[in-house]
Design a protein around this ligand. Structure first.
Ligand SMILES: NC(=O)C1=CN([C@@H]2O[C@H](COP(=O)(O)OP(=O)(O)OC[C@H]3O[C@@H](n4cnc5c(N)ncnc54)[C@H](OP(=O)(O)O)[C@@H]3O)[C@@H](O)[C@H]2O)C=CC1
Ligand SMILES: CC(C)(CO)C(=O)C(=O)O
Length: 296
């Protein structure tokens, strides 16, 4: 398969590197990473150890069978605009947060698949990505059900050694992941604590309350998500990733914009006036920090 990975940062470089062992991959990213990959190849370390040589560029090629989108959620409109002139067979978002697939589908003519990814990745230096955790990619048609395109992309990922599930309920899975991220990310970012501090700690109640609100909003939208499974999931993810600094805390650490708009902010918007006080408060506080830093 001919694959373009749009957003070759941490996750895009990992997924692109894994795919490049089996497929014809072009990483679209920024210098100096792009130049380093061109000159010396892409090293993947951590849970894997290999070097591969995908193409690397700062602009989108003319055509590809598949575009995998791995920019931060706030860059999705720019990704969609950049991909619009590329002749694509399909597009898959592996981003966190909600609304990315809708933004892509509004611009692109090809089928847009939704995905969740629990692999962990960190760009260690230009030309070198570390896999910090082996997880799973779940993907499927964004509107649910099955499709030949989703099956083909699933086989392509599987052939490249990526743990992959082709799911007919990917929309529900996105809400489930949203509940985990809405609970853990903003809470840890604001408290400046590792995920493990939420296990049996006071922040754990905030994370659980946030996840319950997400489950309620999901149910109001017809998504089958109960409170207790998502609250347990938040607790088990916090325990399993106890030493992690969440991606939002890492953004705060590095003084970068966060994905709060696509996570807690999405919940507030989707609630359409219904009370979601925990997510409203978390969103406002993270946005206040971003504003004070001149990031929004
Ligand atoms: N890292 C991880 O382990 C995981 C991440 N995710 C999700 O994946 C998404 C990406 O995360 P992550 O990889 O960590 O983020 P990164 O910031 O590391 O990667 C995104 C990359 O895309 C680049 N980019 C943005 N716009 C363009 C453009 N127009 N042209 C070329 N390159 C562009 C960014 O460059 P620049 O910064 O210069 O704009 C950056 O290098 C997020 O939604 C995240 O939540 C999901 C699971 C795991
Ligand atoms: C699962 C979790 C919370 C792990 O840190 C994550 O996805 C993130 O940090 O964005």
């Amino acid at each position: 398969m001919n694959v373009v990975v749009f957003g070759a940062g941490s996750l895009g470089s990992l997924v692109g590197g894994l795919l490049a062992r089996e497929h014809d991959v072009t990483l679209v990213g920024r210098d100096p990473h792009v130049s380093a990959v061109r000159e010396g190849g892409l090293r993947v370390s951590g849970a894997f150890e290999f070097t591969t040589s995908p193409s690397a560029t700062t602009s989108v090629p003319d055509a590809a069978d598949l575009a995998v989108v791995t920019v931060k959620a706030y860059d999705t409109p720019e990704a969609a605009a950049a991909l619009v002139d590329c002749d694509l067979g399909s597009c898959l978002s592996l981003q966190n947060g909600m609304g990315n697939e809708a933004t892509l589908a509004a611009q692109l003519e090809c089928p847009v698949l939704a995905g969740t990814c629990t692999y962990g990745a960190r760009l260690a230096e230009p030309g070198h990505v570390a896999c910090t955790g082996v997880g799973e990619v779940a993907l499927g048609p964004r509107e649910g059900g099955s499709s030949t395109v989703a099956d083909e992309v699933g086989v392509a990922f599987d052939d490249a050694g990526i743990e992959t599930v082709v799911a007919d309920d990917v929309h529900r899975r996105l809400w489930e992941k949203l509940a985990v991220n809405a609970g853990i990310n903003a809470t840890t970012a604001l408290a400046r604590v590792e995920n493990g501090a939420l296990v049996d700690g006071p922040g754990g109640d905030v994370a659980a309350a946030s996840a319950r609100e997400v489950a309620r909003v999901a149910r109001e939208q017809g998504v089958d998500l109960s409170d207790e499974p998502v609250v347990s999931r938040v607790a088990s993810v916090a325990a399993d990733t106890a030493a992690n600094r969440s991606s939002m805390l890492q953004d705060v650490d590095s003084g970068s914009r966060t994905e709060v708009d696509a996570i807690n902010g999405y919940v507030v918007d989707a609630a359409a006036g219904e009370a979601v006080p925990v997510n409203r408060t978390l969103t406002a506080l993270v946005r206040a920090w971003e504003r004070e830093r001149g990031l929004r």
